[in-house]
Design a protein around this ligand. Sequence first.
Ligand SMILES: NC(=O)c1ccc[n+]([C@@H]2O[C@H](COP(=O)([O-])OP(=O)(O)OC[C@H]3O[C@@H](n4cnc5c(N)ncnc54)[C@H](OP(=O)(O)O)[C@@H]3O)[C@@H](O)[C@H]2O)c1
Length: 246
Amino acid sequence: MFHYQSPPNLLQDKIILVTGAGSGLGRAAALAYARHGATVLLLGRDEAALDAVYDRIEAEQCPDPALFVLDLERADENNYFELANLIHGEFGRLDGLLHNAGVFAPILPLEHHALDSWQRLLQVNLTAPFALTRACLPLLRAAESASLIFTSSTAGRELRAYWGGYAIAKHALENLAALFHLELENTSNIRVNSLNPGPCATALRRVGFPAEDPATLPTPEALMAVYLYLMGDDSKGERGKQFSAQ
Ligand SMILES: NC(=O)c1ccc[n+]([C@@H]2O[C@H](COP(=O)([O-])OP(=O)(O)OC[C@H]3O[C@@H](n4cnc5c(N)ncnc54)[C@H](OP(=O)(O)O)[C@@H]3O)[C@@H](O)[C@H]2O)c1
């Protein structure tokens, strides 16, 4: 397990966008960031789930979050730039972007992989993080020190038979993160890293492993040390690396 002791004010005054913030790891990260002082921008497609996270943050008297409902499977070019414009108008910058939203599919041989499932896996897991990063780059450039985190998977670091479009999307996402790192190498205020949470008890995991007992897996909350480390200024020197939560 990744070890890091975060100071309570680690993310004071930071503006951080988290995708897929309504459940699982995204929800846990949004709450952890808010509890460390950040204004968290909660992005997802399920408004009720985002509302619940919003209410929880408010109830704990953390900085007021903001909420953006966007379906990353259907979002078009304009949606991403409209979102960036809204953030610019309200906050003027982004200190952190956690690409966390993701979809999984039942484990299947490629020859049985349906085309619509393949397209959805690539759209949400790969194309959306590209499009959102591109739209948000001016906001990240405007920050004093910004952290860009791409959520990967073990399936994105080693090839695994039957993991289909998910594995392909996560491999490509690792390369996307590496490419953004290379292209931003001289942009000293933006650091880019990828993060593999490893197996974790969430709805996404259950799609691939319905028979697995979730009690045998860590909870999202148990994995937050590395999420905090990478988002806070203690990781300023970390660039172009692959991190693992476990
Ligand atoms: N759990 C694991 O074992 C594991 C292991 C390795 C990597 N990961 C990665 O960790 C990340 C978080 O997953 P999780 O395990 O926390 O699963 P999760 O609880 O299912 O969270 C995924 C989040 O992504 C959102 N999302 C999915 N499709 C979306 C869309 N079209 N538009 C907007 N948001 C969308 C989901 O919203 P809805 O609730 O509306 O679907 C949900 O909030 C993913 O990138 C996943 O690949 C997880």
